[in-house]
Design a protein around this ligand. Structure first.
Ligand SMILES: Nc1ncnc2c1ncn2[C@@H]1O[C@H](COP(=O)(O)OP(=O)(O)OP(=O)(O)O)[C@@H](O)[C@H]1O
Length: 404
């Protein structure tokens, strides 16, 4: 009889447990659906990211290919003759007669700059290009940076003043003591820590013209062009004495020698040798001081650090908490700040920030206030700004790492 009861009750139990199972399976399906959706989103993001990197890779490959193409040399036309043009190569001053097309001949005149290939055929006329000098050199009569605009680099500032300002303002002191002032000063440290600012401030203080050139601009596609630009750089400085020459990214032309023997490397070497020989001719340099900067001190060829060259090394590190506080104060001096803004807290929060990061945080905090239709900038705006800048920094670090 019990069997019969069981038989009757079982379908009911089975129904209930089926129902439960179905529900739990449906729940599971919902979860899996959601997970699937999430994974699909991630996949789409990853694909987009992949595309971005792929494009960047293609661009770099293209650039790489261009750099490996056979090099062109720069030459100046001496004479347009009946049977061709006589050109003089920069660098080795070799003269040669070379044939040109009628179309090119019409454009050329004595003094025109041309690019020639290995067999000295004129490949292109360079006169149309904007003056390279003007493009790569930044000349400022009085850069608007004062020592007060720089936060947290008291020691570095003193050293720069002693090695650059003093010889420009009181050269007789060095004569009296009988020593040569240091030739060149090398500022090294992470990006955005105020190296350019230091150089500008010292030029401003001494009423010297500030002449800036980036090392990467000296690495040119034409053989002989880099060395010529270095000569031009010193010539411009001589025309503007007193002058402070600032060579940023010096590592681009003064890296340790690599084993590869491409013509590009030889060209970079020649550019560096030209710079060294300009520096070695120190006595005739007059009232010109040279400051160089790099983020890659470890890469530098020791030849440029020998006495008489960049013999004063000044490390410009990221600011400590006190420095960060000062830099926050400097970059917010024209901002309308709410009472709750505390520079000490901001500095404590922004660990590992460079001066440039702090400047970016201040601007971004102002943008948050504007978006919120306020004229007063609050502590919360700075916090949000810092989170944003930090995330952006991390992202660019990732990209750098991926392509390193
Ligand atoms: N110590 C600082 N005090 C105040 N502002 C700073 C400081 N350091 C950097 N900044 C801000 O960051 C900007 C960039 O700094 P700067 O160009 O001097 O850095 P850098 O060290 O030359 O960088 P890089 O190595 O990238 O050329 C400056 O214009 C300034 O607004």
């Amino acid at each position: 009889m019990t069997d019969t009861v069981d038989d009757v009750e079982q379908p009911y139990d089975t129904d209930a447990s089926h129902q439960e199972k179905i529900e739990s399976l449906e729940d599971r399906i919902d979860i899996l659906d959601a997970q699937n959706e999430e994974m699909r989103d991630k996949l789409l993001d990853a694909n987009a990211e992949n595309n971005k990197y792929q494009q960047k890779l293609e661009r770099l490959n293209h650039e790489n290919k261009k750099l490996k193409q056979s090099p062109l040399f720069v030459a100046t036309v001496q004479e347009v003759a009946e049977d061709g043009v006589i050109i003089k190569q920069h660098g080795n001053n070799q003269e040669a007669l070379t044939e040109v097309t009628d179309e090119l001949r019409e454009k050329l005149e004595p003094g025109s700059r041309v690019a020639v290939n290995n067999s000295l055929s004129v490949v292109t006329d360079l006169s149309d290009e904007t003056d390279v000098r003007a493009r790569v050199m930044e000349v400022e009569e009085s850069p608007g940076v004062n020592y007060d605009d720089i936060g947290g680099l008291a020691e570095q500032m003193n050293e720069v003043r002693e090695t650059v300002e003093l010889p420009l303002e009181s050269p007789e002191m060095f004569d009296d003591v009988g020593i040569q002032p240091p030739s060149g000063v090398l500022l090294h440290g992470p990006p955005g820590t105020g190296k350019t600012m230091l150089a500008k401030a010292v030029a401003n203080q001494t009423d010297a013209t500030f002449i800036k050139m980036a090392g990467s601009e000296l690495v040119h596609k034409f053989i002989g062009e880099g060395a010529k630009l270095v000569r031009d750089l010193f010539e411009v400085a001589r025309e503007h004495e007193p002058a402070v020459i600032f060579i940023d990214e010096i590592d681009a032309i003064a890296s340790k020698r690599t084993d590869s023997k491409t013509s590009g490397d030889a060209e970079v070497q020649r550019t560096m040798m030209q710079l060294l020989s300009e520096m070695d001719g120190f006595e005739e340099r007059g009232e010109i001081r040279i400051i160089a900067a790099t983020n890659r001190f470890d890469m530098l060829d020791r030849a440029i650090l020998r006495p008489g060259r960049f013999d004063r090394l000044i490390e410009v590190p990221k600011p400590d908490a006190e420095g960060r506080e000062k830099i926050f104060a400097i970059h917010t001096q024209d901002m309308n700040l709410a009472d709750d803004v505390d520079f000490g807290d901001l500095a404590a929060n922004a660990t590992d920030a460079s001066g440039a990061d702090i400047k970016a945080v201040c601007t971004e905090a102002g943008m948050f206030a504007i978006r919120d239709d306020r004229t007063e900038v609050r502590m919360a705006d700075f916090d949000e700004a810092w989170t944003k800048i930090e995330a952006e920094d991390e992202e660019s670090d990732e990209v750098t790492k991926t392509f390193a």
